[in-house]
Design a protein around this ligand. Sequence first.
Ligand code: ZN
Length: 129
Amino acid sequence: MAKTLAGWLDGSVQPLARGHFERDLASLRVGGGHECRRRNRASAGPVSEHATGQALDIFAFKLGSDGNASQVVVEKPEGLAQNRFLDAIRQSACGAFMTTLGPGSDAAHANHLHVDIQERRSRASRFCQ
Ligand SMILES: [Zn+2]
């Protein structure tokens, strides 16, 4: 997961941040990483990919440094540039990870971008919403 995430950050997110805002990605605001629980925090049902450390929830992308820092919040992008940036981020995540879920997919993912590397039946098959 760390290797896939690092590759995606270097190969897609950083170039997108520079292209859209002429700023470097400084950090991510993340929620659940490696956390033993069931999917969507339900009391029953399948175990989440977070339980095996194969998933990450991203809430915001922090751009730039100190005095000139800003952030793009997944739940509430501001303006056309931030919306376009998040669309491109999501599209690139769909290529880098096996599963990508975000706002608009379901209520459990309305405020963050979930990415994981859980293999599907076919290696070419990805889940992207
Ligand atoms: Zn998640």
